[in-house]
Design a protein around this ligand. Structure first.
Ligand SMILES: Cc1ncc(C[n+]2csc(CCOP(=O)(O)OP(=O)(O)O)c2C)c(N)n1
Ligand code: SF4
Ligand SMILES: [Mg+2]
Length: 342
């Protein structure tokens, strides 16, 4: 077959200007078995709705694989493939490269096809972070990696991951009488890390499905820009976080209103805050983190001291970080003062 010209063109997906402009077609429908109130399932639905029909979705092991692919049923309307737990990055890169070669050789029609690989926090922020990092260095291949972060290895019964919040009760960190807090590490900053460390990656964003149109527009922007891009989504998980499923939406909002999870995008190195995060940057008071934490059973063992520590760490993100809530370097004057004391 004759070779056709292949460029790195992407689909141009204009933002949905308001909820009434969102397209009606669904590409993630019935046929899944996620828990009631599962925000990660909503993220899948919004992600692929934003991307549209000419999309291939790849997903690493986890709830969004297991609960979505029960034998003989699937909610996916677009082509979907499972990949190994730590392999979302490799799957994205390999698929994008494969498509490019097939089109260049004329073995398939040359057209922009979205490649989205999703991963959980265990698969993406722990096991697969190396492969994601490698993919974000390959500007010649268009793909989006979406990390759906339910803050635990949920599918295997809520083990703690590098993204589990400080002090949370998980099956690996049950609070005890002798030691109240088993998990005392602060959560990784995946979006900040990806943005700061990958100069070839033109687009990094954070999203929460409580803000659905904004979320879909960030997916559309990432796919339009092309090259390797990265989105981190915070997903309330009723089972792992131990709350009434009807609170999923509210918990997503509280994560943003308390300043715990900032909503932003970084496009070509330019940072833009969104929604209530932008309001906080502009001076609106943050809600106390206790309003968020005490609605969840995984923090039911927290004392005032634990709540105070948690609040102080979030305050630090906003008051001491060089780029508030995004990049955790301290301002030079503070660093200099610290040196002078020594
Ligand atoms: C290499 C490897 N180790 C362990 C497992 C078992 N396993 C399957 S799903 C899963 C949890 C994945 O957690 P995460 O990526 O956060 O996704 P979630 O289940 O929370 O959606 C684990 C540990 C596996 N499939 N592969
Ligand atoms: S355990 Fe959490 S992430 Fe998994 S299906 Fe249930 S609500 Fe969704
Ligand atoms: Mg998880």
């Amino acid at each position: 077959m004759a070779e056709t010209t292949f460029t790195n063109a992407t689909q141009v997906l204009e933002p949905f200007r308001g909820i009434k402009r969102v397209t009606i077609e669904e590409y993630f429908t019935s046929g899944h078995r996620t828990c009631q109130g599962c925000e990660s399932a909503l993220v899948m639905k919004l992600m692929v709705k934003a991307a549209g029909p000419r999309t291939i979705v790849l997903g690493s092991t986890g709830c969004m694989y297991v609960a979505n692919t029960t034998y003989y049923t699937t909610p996916w309307v677009v082509p979907w493939m499972h990949t190994q737990l730590g392999s979302s990055g490799s799957a994205a890169l390999g698929t994008a490269a494969g498509l490019k070669v097939l089109m260049r050789k004329g073995k398939m029609k040359s057209e922009p096809i979205n490649v989205i690989a999703f991963c959980g926090d265990g698969g993406g922020a722990d096991m697969g972070v190396g492969a994601i990092s490698a993919t974000l260095t390959h500007k010649e291949y268009n793909s989006l990696i979406l990390l759906y972060d339910n803050e635990s290895y949920a599918n295997t019964d809520i083990q703690l991951s590098g993204m589990t919040p400080y002090g949370a009760n998980t099956t690996f960190s049950p609070p005890g009488k002798v030691k109240r807090l088993i998990h005392t590490r602060w959560k990784k900053n995946m979006a900040g890390m990806m943005a700061a460390g990958h100069p070839e990656c033109r687009y990094v964003a954070t999203v929460c499905a409580s803000y659905a149109v904004e979320m879909m527009n960030k997916v559309r922007r990432s796919l339009t820009i092309g090259g390797p891009t990265f989105i981190h989504s915070l997903d309330p998980c009723p089972k792992g976080w131990d709350y009434d499923p009807m609170l999923s939406h509210e918990l997503g909002e509280l994560a943003i209103e308390t300043g715990l999870f900032p909503l932003y995008e970084i496009e070509d190195g330019v940072l833009k805050y969104y929604g209530k995060t932008k309001a906080i940057v502009d001076g609106r008071a943050r809600k106390p983190v206790r309003e968020y934490l005490l609605k969840q059973g995984r923090f039911a063992h927290f004392t005032e001291e634990d709540l105070g520590y948690f609040q102080a760490k979030v305050d630090e993100m906003w008051e001491k970080w060089e780029i508030p809530a995004v990049i955790p370097f301290k301002r030079l004057d503070a660093a200099r003062a610290a040196l002078d004391v020594k």
